[in-house]
Ligand binder design. Structure first.
Ligand SMILES: [Zn+2]
Length: 447
């Protein structure tokens, strides 16, 4: 394992931070271990008691374990960022903070700081920070659900209009900011014309939102490109001879060309649909059935079960994913995910009849739904060389990287179920959008 003290705090540059981690990129002298890498450090809340130092045997960051034990089983290694553990040292971390903390947004500084007690951090491939264009796309839901488990009042909407398009409609009604016409089913279709359409819609939403749209971000030389700065995407020798319209066209073709040559979107689509086979409605029904069958629940509400008809009030239902004495539901650990993937990737799954899910498989379906959500929420990074005017087939195609593959917890299910209802019931446009799931059409397997 490399040791961060091989570098100086001044060899690193503050890049960004999220809720739990903060990221620095390496800008020091050439070094094969650190060139092209970022350092990801865990944060601690200001004023919280410092974690007991765990000593030399501190486990690797869970991000590394989750990737090596789970995600490498579903994606080719070249489509995942390289992650490795790096040894940290308190004095070095203090020096890093002293030098760079002023670069952090003030609101963040008031809240948390680099966790000095950690003995290990994560080195990861710097996907956006080099001399290339990095296009970050959040593709979202890839499929239309099967009608099997949908209720009468959602079936029509859900099997015609995809989840993302219904959600966009609701967002637009709520804040009227801009219309997002992007349909993920176009992006996932594998069809050149439809992928072009998807990229065009993403670009429009990017322009109309002044670059704040969540589904498309563009970086050049590691810096965010805003609409109106598109000449930054072009090679220096041709920048004088291109128009913004031409740049948009070449960009679209280059992104499309990379997407269609990569297995990544196909893998994400296949995973999403084979993991979310019940829809949240079917999952919720199975959850309730399991509760009704639970011996503890039946004895707690014995009078109801003895005379289930008429007078007796229906006993209360526990919300989806919330553990109770009748139906324990523990948050999945990494070992649970490994075990789940063993089952998911085994031949036995093919024999499961998802049209009639069994109560004893509830845990399987819960974890499957959560993992599907991970793939509905991940992003991909398309790496492009700076754009020229030559034929698109002459461009070098770089591997696409899949990022933001964090495991989701059962505690999210209840909120997702409410959101799902909200989205469907609020979908009342003058004319319903018809989204075409090219996969279902082709195979019919998923009906
Ligand atoms: Zn759609």
């Amino acid at each position: 394992m490399s040791d961060i003290t091989q570098t100086l705090p001044s060899h690193w540059k503050y890049v960004s931070e999220g809720g739990a981690t903060i990221v620095f990129s390496y800008v020091g002298p050439p070094d094969p271990t650190y060139d092209g890498m970022v350092l990801r450090l865990r944060k601690a809340v200001n004023g919280s008691p410092e974690q007991e130092a765990t000593g030399e045997d501190e486990p690797d960051d869970p991000v590394i374990e989750y990737q090596t034990r789970c995600m490498e089983r579903v994606f080719p290694q070249e489509n995942l960022p390289r992650l490795q553990s790096v040894r940290l040292e308190r004095k070095w971390l203090k020096g890093l903070v002293e030098m760079h903390d002023f670069k952090r947004p003030e609101a963040r500084r008031g809240k948390d700081h680099v966790d000095f007690s950690r003995k290990k951090g994560v080195l990861a491939t710097d996907l956006v920070g080099g001399d290339w264009i990095a296009v970050e796309i959040k593709p979202k839901w890839a499929f239309l659900p099967s009608a099997t488990h949908l209720s009468g009042d959602t079936k029509m909407a859900k099997t015609q209009t995809c989840r993302f398009c219904m959600h966009s409609y609701m967002r637009n009604v709520e804040d009227q900011k801009y219309v997002n016409n992007y349909c993920p089913l176009d992006l996932f279709s594998g069809n050149v014309g439809r992928v072009h359409k998807a990229i065009d819609s993403l670009w429009d939403a990017w322009e109309h939102s002044s670059g704040s749209v969540n589904n498309l971000k563009i970086f050049a030389h590691g810096k965010v490109v805003k609409p109106g700065q598109v000449e930054r995407l072009v090679r220096e020798d041709v920048v004088a001879s291109t128009s913004p319209e031409k740049i948009r066209e070449v960009f679209k073709e280059a992104v499309c060309n990379t997407l269609l040559r990569s297995p990544v979107l196909t893998i994400i689509s296949r995973l999403q649909r084979s993991l979310d086979v019940l829809d949240i409605e079917g999952l919720s029904k199975l959850w309730r059935e399991a509760e009704l069958q639970s011996p503890l629940y039946r004895s707690a509400y014995a009078s109801y079960f003895e005379q289930p008809v008429s007078s007796e009030k229906i006993p209360p239902a526990t919300p989806l994913g919330v553990p109770s004495t009748h139906l324990p539901a523990s948050e999945p650990t990494i070992s649970d995910w490994v075990e789940f993937l063993d089952t998911f990737q085994s031949a036995g799954v093919a024999g499961m009849d998802h049209t009639q899910p069994r109560i004893e498989n509830l845990r399987y379906y819960l974890l499957a739904y959560l993992l599907s959500a991970t793939f509905k929420d991940c992003s991909i990074i398309v790496k492009l060389d700076f754009l020229g005017l030559e034929n698109i087939t002459e461009y070098k195609v770089h591997p696409i990287a899949v990022i933001d593959l964090d495991p989701k917890g059962l505690d999210r299910l209840q909120r997702w179920q409410e959101l799902d209802r909200g989205i469907v019931y609020n979908y009342t446009p003058a004319e319903r959008k018809v989204c075409v799931d090219g996969w279902a059409e082709l195979s019919g397997v998923f009906d």
